[in-house]
Design a protein around this ligand. Structure first.
Ligand code: AMP
Ligand code: MG
Length: 343
């Protein structure tokens, strides 16, 4: 008993000592923490970093995300994407090429569940101007046919991007992930090793907390029953969630949400309430969160089994069941019972 107590006291002392050493080192290195919040991409964002002169890096991140928002907006007549959709052509920049490549990768991985060319369908449902309506089935069928032959041709930055007749694109399902990636690049350029990027609940945890421990990231809950679905303890990972609850309208008692199944033209009814992706790659994580929401649990599990090095997921279904993949089982804790999906 006495030995057990001594062990506990020694352990506590070690933890306190580690934290003190981390704090002393931080002071000696002239490190401090800076945090800012702002509104972009239709959501509240907060970015914080610890290191030498973190203010400059955090402000550079904020400015970059605001600029990206302007470039990618489908409604701002000044944006590159707006111009591309209106005229069918524009000159590519690095952001556009990266996003087109990553979107193509996600489309291929998900067998078409992720498709940036769903934009005409989003528009038809009124998700663009918030003038919601349930389109005629025949109109959706025609739009799905057009989507199946939509083409985006491009080569490199500085060269033209061209859309086939009737094609329009929207990076809404991937833009926040890419914004996180850009933030990560800026922090790396400023030699910031500890930062937390929270873009409306989509989190990219860089390095570890300033005291050297892992970041604790809450997984968003889509319903009122739970404040959050669980906590992930991790470093250098993006945690990105998609859910129908994030944007929807109700008509005659039916809920219509903003994640479209490209094979039907209707909001995906895959049995998902929310899907969270955990990955080293924030851009891919964002695209896959949307894709897996469309694919449903079986499709998500199948995709994960052949790509488990790329991502893990947390799937909350519409009956309140929680599933997580094997790769996050040791870093996820929850009050809710969950099933672990094995390879
Ligand atoms: P997220 O919250 O990341 O799942 O993104 C949802 C947004 O992605 C929507 O508001 C649309 O702008 C866009 N979107 C909807 N359905 C799809 C889809 N099947 N593939 C790609 N983007 C989509
Ligand atoms: Mg997404």
């Amino acid at each position: 008993m006495i030995r057990k107590n001594i062990k506990i006291i020694a352990l506590c002392a070690l933890v306190i000592l580690t934290v003190c050493v981390a704090l002393i080192l931080r002071t000696l290195r002239h490190e401090s923490t800076y945090e800012t919040s702002f509104f972009a991409m239709d959501t509240f964002m907060s970015v914080k970093a610890t290191g030498h002169n973190p203010k400059a890096s955090v402000e550079a991140v904020r400015d970059a995300i605001m600029a990206l928002d302007n470039d990618l907006s489908v409604t701002n007549p000044e944006s590159i994407v707006y111009r591309l959709n209106e005229t069918g052509a524009c000159v590519a920049d690095d952001d556009l090429i990266f996003l087109l490549n990553k979107s193509a990768e996600a489309r291929e991985l998900s067998n078409g569940a992720f498709n940036i060319s769903v934009y005409p369908i989003m528009k038809e449902w009124g998700f663009t101007g918030n003038e919601f309506k349930v389109p005629e089935e025949a109109v959706l069928n025609d739009l799905c046919k057009a989507l199946s032959v939509a083409e985006i041709s491009y080569t490199n930055s500085g060269e033209p991007v061209k859309l086939s007749e009737g094609t329009m694109i929207d990076f809404g399902g991937i833009a926040k992930g890419y914004a996180s990636k850009i933030a990560g690049d800026i922090f790396a350029g400023h030699k910031i090793k500890s930062a937390l990027i929270n873009l409306g609940g989509n989190v990219y945890a860089i390095g570890k907390k300033p005291d050297g421990s892992l970041w604790n990231v809450a997984v968003n809950s889509p319903d009122e029953t739970h404040k959050y679905l669980g906590i992930l303890s991790l470093s250098d990972k993006a945690v990105i969630t998609s859910g129908g609850y994030e944007r929807y309208f109700e008509k005659e008692g039916v809920i219509y949400h903003h994640i479209i199944d490209p094979s039907t033209g209707y909001p995906a009814r895959s049995g998902a309430q929310s899907v969270t992706i955990v990955s080293d790659d924030p851009t891919l994580a964002d695209a896959l969160s949307t894709a897996l929401f469309v694919m449903g649990l079986d499709g998500a599990a199948e995709l994960w089994r052949s790509n488990s090095a790329l991502f893990d997921f947390i799937f909350y279904d519409d009956k309140g069941n929680l599933f997580i993949t094997e790769g996050v089982k040791d870093v996820f804790s929850s009050d809710i019972a969950f099933e672990v999906i094995q390879k």
